[in-house]
Design a protein around this ligand. Sequence first.
Ligand SMILES: Cc1cc2nc3c(=O)[nH]c(=O)nc-3n(C[C@H](O)[C@H](O)[C@H](O)COP(=O)(O)OP(=O)(O)OC[C@H]3O[C@@H](n4cnc5c(N)ncnc54)[C@H](O)[C@@H]3O)c2cc1C
Length: 232
Amino acid sequence: MRRAAEAGELELAREDILFFATPHPRELSVNSTRITRVRGTDVWDLSYAEYEGRRQLRQIAAFLRKYVPGFEDSYVVQSGVQVGVRETRRILGEYYLTADDLLGARRFDDAIARGSYPVDIHNPDGRGTILKRLPPDEAYDIPLRALIPRQVDNLLVAGRCISGSHEALSSYRVMPIAMATGQAAGVCSALAVQQGVPVRQVAASDVQAQLLEQGANLGDLRPLPRHERKHG
Ligand SMILES: Cc1cc2nc3c(=O)[nH]c(=O)nc-3n(C[C@H](O)[C@H](O)[C@H](O)COP(=O)(O)OP(=O)(O)OC[C@H]3O[C@@H](n4cnc5c(N)ncnc54)[C@H](O)[C@@H]3O)c2cc1C
């Protein structure tokens, strides 16, 4: 990478080439582009990012062919259909998750999802990645309150835009956790409709009971015995 960079053949705001096996023999998925200093809410920035991502993709493909043994005859079969955005606007919710909550493996009474992915900050200004792990075998809770906006009624958020800091988001943005908060938001909405109440008034214990019945992992919480379950 250093030689290619010095030759002006690789201009990446990133320090590594990261790739993964795919289910297809002889096919790899490469995760190495990085486009910094753009706003995911601005159409001009996003257009620039589409262009810049494809420029980096062509450079990485040429770099692999020229410098990395085994890639001599490789070619690109696919790229993301649209540029991905790790971080943009989030709600301010009834609870605001912080890196201390995550790294301290904090538990909450209204937990609706759990995570253990490290704090993984891709430098928004250029090279460098900060990685901080939880203690071994620990996980943190995500409280239902982080999905509920402070000032808007009957709205729930899930995935990347739940309520938390830049550092906390760098962990909870990953797909399994995004899916778990999506499942919880869906369950909470359905219960609000069934109970005829705003989402803010749905009891977290009802959301937890339904999630546990669906097989969610909420740490020590266990599904109620079948005869005690409420069915709406
Ligand atoms: C480069 C990159 C690499 C990553 N690598 C990994 C990884 O290795 N592992 C991992 O787990 N995670 C990874 N992530 C993070 C993860 O992919 C995302 O944080 C996660 O997919 C976000 O999910 P989401 O449901 O919050 O948002 P999204 O998946 O973006 O879903 C939001 C949806 O809303 C739609 N939408 C937007 N506006 C509207 C509208 N007005 N009306 C209707 N629909 C709308 C969008 O089209 C989109 O389909 C990566 C992210 C990036 C950018």
